[in-house]
Design a protein around this ligand. Structure first.
Ligand code: GDP
Length: 461
């Protein structure tokens, strides 16, 4: 079986697991992704990588080539790994699928010198909440004083080959990371001692600089997916496609297009698709499916290649009419084998699905994506500010109708994050003296509101 054919088998098949990279700023997320891609490109043999829209596919043959004896291709029937190209937890939480995270597995990057930092903890919270299995890449091991690089050597042996002092220094740092994980309720250990990766976190020492540990990281990701996630990877590759919008983008010659990660089924030119939007879902017909040209061609004008069909898991750009109001993070569904109305309903439900505890009285929150809505809702929850309604979309008159008081000031409040306020809604809000806070930075939006509350309280005293 060749590495690329598995996803196009008629009917049943296994899709490629989707991998996201998270971690604190400067801990090496981008460098690690670059190193994985770079190793794949230079791994001479079979498959190399295919560049998708927003993601990079590393086929099994290439992984086995990079990982050497750590990955025997005969032990696997998953097609490879699909890495989401944009690292960080903003993209991770925007990228949802059917209520969960779009990524099947995550790599949490921790700088061994710097240990756990605020964004490491934020990432762990998100991974816990979405129940995403993850492994830890303990990065920058090459910066250990006295480090003696051992390329092409499994990292466990490489550690043993260091001077006693270097090995000891690094081990101390690695055990600090393991300790931090256990403080956060995870049982964790060096990856070669972890027997069961479901529920236990494997720590892989790596260097995005020298590439040491990258083969081990790929081997652990492959093993984890093959052993524990095969059922989730089993899809009908010819069934109606389901995906998530990464980005809504103008593209010269194509108008507004969608960058989409397809995680189920297939999508074809001329398919009717339903796309989650600011207001009602969009129903439109696919004009063209676009994938990046091989690197050599990018210098020419034609950056994209038209394809007839794409099967999960893959990144693809969709060109179609009427996409202007589409939402990043929203679902995309192909209408095939069932009615358009049914699919529209499903998209609506999925957009409304975000879990927010609403109260009888509280602020109204409107936001541009599910991820940002969820982030604001969490921040408000922490500040103990009740929410009466939380939805994706522009501020509309029906939001004004439900606006109610959330605090002692008795003012009715609407928080609008990165969305428009429809003219009728603004007029009504003015007439009823409803406070409308608008911003495109989450903490600023909440600060403005809190400052307002404080000011009102002072005035009332
Ligand atoms: P990100 O913000 O998490 O994406 O971090 P970057 O990938 O941009 O890395 C931040 C800095 O750390 C850059 O200057 C990298 O060159 C450097 N860096 C990343 N990984 C390593 C590593 O393994 N070893 C060394 N020595 N430097 C690294």
């Amino acid at each position: 079986m060749s590495d690329t054919d598995t996803t196009t088998d008629a009917g049943g098949g296994l899709r490629t697991p989707i991998v996201a990279v998270l971690g604190h700023v400067d801990h090496g997320k981008t460098s690690l992704l670059d190193k994985v891609r770079g190793s794949a490109v230079t791994s001479g043999e079979a498959g190399a990588i295919t560049q998708h829209i927003g993601a990079t596919a590393v086929p099994l043959a290439t992984i086995s080539d990079i990982a050497g004896r750590l990955v025997d291709p005969d032990d696997f029937d998953l097609p490879g790994l699909l890495f989401i190209d944009t690292p960080g937890h903003h993209s991770f939480s925007t990228l949802r699928s059917r209520g969960g995270a779009l990524a099947d597995i995550a790599v949490l990057v921790v700088d061994v010198n710097d240990g756990f930092q605020p964004q490491t903890l934020e990432a762990i919270d998100i991974l816990k909440r979405t129940q995403t299995p993850f492994i830890v890449a303990a990065n920058k091991v090459d910066t250990t004083p006295g480090w003696n690089p051992q390329p092409d050597t499994p990292i466990q042996q490489s550690l043993e080959a260091q001077s006693d002092r270097a090995e000891q220094t690094l081990n101390e740092k690695l055990y600090e990371i393991i300790g931090e994980l256990s403080d956060n309720d995870f049982s964790a250990d060096m990856y070669w001692r972890v027997q069961n990766f479901r529920g236990n976190i494997g720590v892989v020492p790596v260097s995005a600089e020298t590439g040491e540990g990258v083969p081990d990281l790929l081997a652990v990701l492959m093993g984890l997916s093959q052993r524990y996630m095969k059922e989730e990877m089993s899809i009908d590759t010819t069934g109606p496609g389901a995906g998530t919008v990464l980005e809504v983008k103008e593209e010269r010659g194509f108008g507004t297009t969608l960058d989409v990660v397809l995680y189920d089924g297939s999508i074809r030119t001329d398919d009717t698709v339903v796309v989650g939007a600011k207001n009602d879902p969009i129903v439109t017909e696919v004009r063209a499916l676009l994938q990046p040209q091989p690197l050599a061609e990018i210098r020419t004008e034609k950056r994209f290649e038209k394809v007839d069909e794409v099967s999960a898991a893959a990144g693809v750009k969709i060109a179609a009419p009427d996409l202007d109001d589409a939402l990043a993070g929203a679902p995309v569904r192909v209408v095939r084998d069932r009615s358009e109305a049914e699919v529209i309903e499903e998209v609506r439900e999925e957009l409304a699905e975000i879990e927010v505890d609403t109260a009888e009285n509280g602020v109204v929150v409107k936001a541009d994506t599910l991820g940002s809505l969820e982030a604001i809702a969490n921040a408000l929850e922490e500040a103990e500010i009740p929410i009466v309604r939380a939805e994706v979309g522009d501020v509309a008159p029906r939001d004004i109708a439900v606006a109610s008081t959330a605090d002692e000031t008795k003012h009715e409040v609407i928080l609008a994050f990165n969305v428009d306020v429809l003219p009728d809604a603004r007029r009504e809000a003015n007439d009823r003296n409803i406070r409308l806070f608008e911003d495109d930075v989450i903490y600023q939006l909440i600060n403005e509101y809190e400052e307002f509350v404080e000011e009102m309280e002072r005035e009332q005293q």
